[in-house]
Write a protein that binds this ligand. Structure first.
Ligand code: PLP
Length: 365
């Protein structure tokens, strides 16, 4: 059986979410229809919004449903006109939509806020960068998807507010694990917390102007017939995570156990506050893809630190921003844990990793 340690890529759908989705799929009607079935769908949509708002401790009126985390980020990034500042470790969904060129060396439309060796944004530099900016639009994520490093978003929010700016926090990885931070825009995604992919929300302070125009759904903030089965799954998953809020705390113990078992690995971001669910580990001298293939054969599913799409591996901009060389960044893999991960999973994964490291060391000798 596969030991799934790739929860940061996507979490298995929670049984409660699957059940809620099946019910909504069977009782499907358009929430905008005026007949009884449509009214029932609207009532259900309102109820899901309330449950999600309660799980995230915000008023329901602040929840705007979207088609996932990427769309929520795009909606936030489309607001306002001030100059943009984005942290160097943002997800590509922010970098691409904020105008940071994803090609190395190319100049983009957003200024990049540097991070230290542990991947934490440099607050002094940020303060200087926005010192003369008029209504700066700043994006700093809550927790990083490659390293789990948690950013000091409360301090960032204070600096941004002092300049009359707005703050977007990508909380896709932290939602369901940590309390959501206070910001003008907070993006969340259902599939990282046990809901289905393709559903998310932007938590807004003020109403936003729709990017996707059409019908007046989401009080005119996001057009398109609501994905009620997906939203029902999102609500069930968010409620399940909120009902067991100790799970993320327990994950820290498993993370420490994992790191103790990865003897000889370099843990990136180790000195910073981190999620209990993500470990970015480098094995000196061994390419991430080689590690992934060995672990896959041993039944352990993990990801590369470097972004991989269409068969091409790019150096991780996150690890590069933390000062790693291309070679060191290319040796990092990500283990990510979830609410059903057990100590036995961790022990089996570390045993497989140690066997791999020993085999590769013998082969290289
Ligand atoms: N932001 C972060 C930090 C992520 O990890 C992801 C998904 O990998 C996204 C945004 C995009 O979310 P979605 O897959 O829901 O579009």
């Amino acid at each position: 059986m596969t030991i799934y340690l790739d929860w940061a890529a996507t979490a298995p759908i929670d049984p409660a979410a699957a059940d809620a989705m099946a019910v909504e799929a069977r009782a499907w009607a358009n929430p905008s229809s005026v007949h009884a079935a449509g009214r029932r769908a609207q009532t259900m949509l309102d109820e899901c919004r309330r449950r999600i708002a309660a799980a995230f401790d915000v008023p329901p009126s602040r929840v705007v449903f979207t088609g996932g985390g990427t769309e929520a980020l795009g909606l936030a990034l489309a607001q306002g006109v001030g100059p943009r500042f984005v942290s160097a470790v943002e997800h590509d969904a922010v970098r691409a939509q904020a105008g940071v060129s994803l090609r190395p060396g190319a100049r983009g439309g957003a200024a990049v806020i540097p991070v230290d060796d542990d991947g934490v944004v440099n607050l002094e530099v940020l303060e200087e960068m926005i010192a003369h900016a008029d209504a700066p639009r700043v994006a700093v994520m809550h927790a990083n998807n490659e390293t789990g490093v948690i950013q000091p978003v409360a301090e960032v929010a204070r600096l941004v507010a002092a300049r009359g700016g707005t703050l977007l926090v990508d909380a896709v990885q932290s939602a369901g694990k940590l309390p959501l931070p206070e910001a003008d825009y907070v993006a969340v995604s259902a599939h990282k917390l046990g809901g289905p992919p393709g559903v998310g929300a932007l938590i807004v302070r003020e109403e936003v102007t729709a990017v996707q125009r059409g019908g007046g759904q989401e009080r005119g903030q996001r057009a398109g017939t609501e994905n009620l089965p997906g939203i029902a799954g999102f609500a069930a998953a968010a409620a399940a995570r909120a009902a067991d809020h100790g799970w993320h705390h327990r994950a820290h113990g498993l993370r420490d156990r994992l790191e103790a078992g990865l003897q000889g690995a370099t843990i990136h971001g180790a000195r910073a506050p981190r999620l209990g669910t993500i470990v970015c580990a480098g094995l000196p001298g061994v390419a991430a893809m080689t590690q992934l293939m060995h672990l896959d054969l041993a039944g352990v599913a993990v990801s590369a630190g470097a972004a991989c799409s269409s068969g091409k591996v790019r150096t991780s901009h996150v690890l590069a921003a933390m000062g790693l060389s291309d070679a060191a960044a290319g040796e990092a893999i990500r283990f990510s844990l979830g609410w059903t991960t057990t100590a036995a999973d961790i022990d089996a994964a570390t045993a497989a990793w140690r066997a791999m490291a020993a085999r590769l060391a013998r082969a290289a000798a």
